[in-house]
Design a protein around this ligand. Structure first.
Ligand code: MG
Length: 390
């Protein structure tokens, strides 16, 4: 059996999952994949299984799990198959790995991540929804079980690197950078008519459909403000967002003395993934070097809240705390899906999310039960709001 640190990869067929496996393959012997978990993409999962030889694979879609079992009949030493959401949760706690890469998209990532923390595993967190929905609860669990929570989101990986070595130094501001998305230059009057197809063409980052739409509305940045608040324990009024279209500076920290530290690189998710996997070490990477001498212009400016109201809506929900961020996230997921299915126009996303938040009776006590209840309620309320806005 090969040596190396055992890793469980949740969401292996998505954008972050695939990049994680590229990083793992690049450094043979350093890591070994104990389990791969995916939603339903069997073809890719089979290919990954052949290469990385996990002991276990988990598939959320039970039908897909059955199909893959069939294929494994002809294999010599097939992995064990776990099916359904429970199967994913079980995979998240398997022995033999002490690091879980949490890269399932959306709400579905919450419970497996919490299970992994409770079984004492370090978390490389790409699923920001986990912290948005249940930030206080997750941070408490991380402390209680003494595990590391390593951000994979490029902005938060940047902040963590800038803060490293400055423990106890007062921070004046965290500054998150945003590319501005594909519609940064589109006038307000035309935003209503932009299509899902156009939203999926992100100028600097290659990502899955949900997060790409979130980037185009700036909701992604709003979710990241909430994520940063929980990860670094900084109050909302000291977290700022600036538009930085080149996506080279991944975020900045301003300390009490006015000094600002930034982390920079070409935009490539494999770098923050690797930084999390090797923490606190650094090893040779795959990212293209920055070419300063051929000219490198970096620009910064304010976000346009009028054209992209989702950013403010998200920050306000974060400040309301309780179950409001859960409702924000669930309403947004529902609205984004409707936009992708062409049942909602682009500006309908902030309209639906704020309507649902206005109707929500906030529950201060954000335990798992209340969080899941608020999540389900918000999805229903968002569906109603979408129907009304047709
Ligand atoms: Mg990000």
């Amino acid at each position: 059996m090969s040596r190396g640190r055992g890793i469980i990869l949740l969401g292996s067929t998505g954008s972050i999952g695939r990049s994680t496996l590229e990083v793992v393959a690049r450094h043979p012997g350093r890591w070994r994949i104990i389990a791969l978990a995916a939603n339903s993409n069997i073809r890719l999962l089979l290919r990954q299984t052949k290469i990385f030889k996990p002991q276990v694979i988990a598939i959320a879609d039970p039908g897909a799990a059955e199909k893959i079992q069939e294929t494994f009949r002809t294999w010599n030493r097939p992995p064990r198959v776990l099916a359904g959401r429970q199967g994913i949760r079980k995979a998240a706690t398997l022995p033999g790995a002490d690091l879980v890469v949490s890269a399932i998209v959306g709400t579905a990532g919450l419970l497996p991540t919490l299970d992994a923390i409770r079984s004492g595993k370090d978390i490389a967190l790409a699923n920001k929804e986990t912290l948005v929905m249940a930030g206080d609860l997750i941070i408490r669990a991380v402390k209680k079980y003494g595990v590391k929570l390593l951000p994979v989101d490029s902005e938060h990986a940047a902040l963590a690197q800038c803060l490293r070595g400055h423990e106890g130094v007062p921070v004046r501001r965290l500054i998150l950078t945003a590319s501005g998305g594909p519609f940064a230059q589109v006038p307000a009057a035309q935003l209503r008519k932009v299509t899902a197809q156009k939203a999926l063409r992100h100028p600097t980052w290659l990502m899955g459909p949900k997060i790409t739409v979130d980037s185009s509305t700036l909701m992604n940045k709003g979710l990241e403000v909430i994520e940063a608040h929980h990860l670094f324990g900084i109050p909302y009024d000291r977290i700022e967002v600036v538009i930085h279209s080149q996506s080279i500076v991944h975020s900045l920290v301003e300390f009490i003395d006015g000094s600002v530290l930034a982390q920079m690189s070409s935009p490539d998710m494999r770098l923050p993934i690797q930084t999390a996997l090797t923490d606190p070490e650094r090893i040779s990477g795959m990212v293209k070097p920055l070419r300063f001498k051929s000219g490198l212009d970096l620009s910064f400016g304010p976000p346009d809240h009028r054209r992209f109201p989702c950013l403010r809506i998200a920050c306000q929900a974060g400040q309301r705390a309780g179950t409001a961020p859960t409702v924000l996230n669930a309403a947004n997921e529902t609205a984004v899906q409707a936009f992708l299915d062409r049942r909602l126009d682009f500006m309908g996303i902030p309209r639906v999310v704020s309507r649902v938040l206005r109707r929500h009776r906030n529950n201060e006590k954000a335990n798992i039960k209340n969080i899941l209840k608020a999540d389900a309620w918000a999805r229903g309320a968002a569906k109603e709001a979408i129907k009304c806005s047709l």
